[in-house]
Each structure stands twice: as C-alpha cells, then as structure tokens.
Design a protein around this ligand. Sequence first.
Ligand SMILES: Nc1ncnc2c1ncn2[C@@H]1O[C@H](COP(=O)(O)OP(=O)(O)O)[C@@H](O)[C@H]1O
Ligand SMILES: [Mg+2]
Length: 262
Amino acid sequence: MGEGLKPPVITVEGLTKHFGGVYALKDVSFTLHEGDILGIIGPNGSGKTTLINCVTGFLKPDAGTVRFRDRDITGLAPHKIARLGVTRTFQVMRPYYSLPAYKNLIIPLWSPRVRKLGGWRGGGRHGDRDTVAVDILEEIGFERDSYVPYKMASSLPTGYLKRLELARCIALRPEVVICDEVFSGLSMSEIATMVPLIEKLQMEGMTLIMVEHRLRELFRVANRVMVLSYGDKIMEGDPEVVIEDERVKEVYLGWEGEAEDD
Ligand SMILES: Nc1ncnc2c1ncn2[C@@H]1O[C@H](COP(=O)(O)OP(=O)(O)O)[C@@H](O)[C@H]1O
Ligand SMILES: [Mg+2]
C-alpha cells in the first residue's frame, strides 16, 4: 500500500522537552501511519525514551502536540491514553514481581478499555480471565506445558520479562504498541523468536513504534526508520535508505559496538 493511502494514527508536531539545561527533545515531528512499524534509533541519551514518555503521557512536553487519530492527546494522563488504545512497554521492566506471570495480565484484562470492547473474552478469546491470561502468555512464547505462565514474575529471566511487558500491552487490545528496547538484554536466539511475534502483531492490525538499540534486528521489521541524535531528528526514511546514509553509517558502527556490550 502506498504511503498516502494509510491514514495517520499518531501525529507528533514540534515536540520539545528539556530537563534543566539539557534538551532531551528539540522540535521533533513525525507521523505514524496505520499498520506501520516505525523504528526509532539513536545513541544512548538521544531522547528516545523521553519521546515515548511524552507520547504516552508519562511526561508533559514543554512544547508541541501529540495527536491520536483526530484527537489532541498532548498532556493527557497515561491511563487515559492507554484507554484510547495507545500502550507502551518499559525499558526497565515493571512487572508485579510478587505475582505469578499470568496474574500480571489481570489488570489490563479488567481495564475500562477491555470492558468497553466487550470484556476479556472479546477478540476471539474464550474461557475465564485466568485462562485468557495464560492463552495470551502462551501466544507470546510462555510454554504452558512447562507451567511458565504460572511462575512468579520475580523468578523469570529477562527474556520472559520482556515478553511479559509485551503481553501486558496486548492484553489491553491496543491499536498502537510502543516498544522501548524490547530486544535489549536478549540473546541473539531470543531476539530471533521475538521478531516473528512483532510481525504477527503487525499482521493482526496493530501499529507499532519500536525504539531499539539493536539495529540489525530492527531494520528487519521496521517499515520506516527515524534517527535521533541529542534530541534532534536527524533523518527519517525507508530502512534501506537510512542504513546507507553517511551520517547514520558514521555513528552506526559506533552503536553496534555499544550494542554488542549489552
Ligand atoms: N527524568 C529526567 N531528568 C533529567 N534528565 C533526564 C530525565 N530523563 C532523561 N533525561 C536526559 O534526557 C536525555 C535523553 O534521555 P533519554 O530519553 O532517556 O534517552 P535514550 O532513551 O535515547 O537513551 C539524556 O541526556 C538524559 O540524561
Ligand atoms: Mg531509553
């Protein structure tokens, strides 16, 4: 489908945020189109997480606007933005460690958004809430036969906690999922199993933003890529164009070096 045919889902204009004298974001604008996976890359400290925080209501921008479809959502509270269907993962995972993994999904499955959409059994799911939670975890790679969904979140290794973050988002039946470095801290083989999950979400009709440090894997799934550097958007384009850009190549080698140390 041509770019012009896909309606905009998130439109960001002139987003600016500073912390004291440090500009974490300077006049950043972009459009996320329906069904796309927009990759956002940039070295540590380039403003990627700040951008997610401003779009999802966790931070109020100093200037600029965020629109979700026709609605101005700038500065709305995070739970209100989530209720509209825009959800995000956290770079530093925040599960309820003292609960079994599947119980972590009870809150989104009980949320006003899911109730409005017909309850946790909507979207082709069946059974009681716990069953639906375990089903979602199984879809995202928690082996039911080994009882992984029933393990305490505190006992799960990083790979599963990253999946749990994503499952929490999916349970909300979102339109937009914003992932903050879901590949970081994972082994190559763990990433290889995450990539098809991301592609499946896209096929199911979700629109995604993926903030990533892992460039090779990101460029495999993203339709568009935007590059941040010290809070500035330095370029945006098709992945094959971005990866060939001299400015990006220059720092790209450096980032790959950093990423290998993860
Ligand atoms: N809550 C905060 N208070 C002060 N400075 C912050 C805060 N969050 C981010 N920053 C600063 O803003 C810049 C961008 O950070 P961040 O958005 O986390 O970058 P990235 O996610 O690309 O690594 C960095 O210089 C960081 O130190
Ligand atoms: Mg970050």
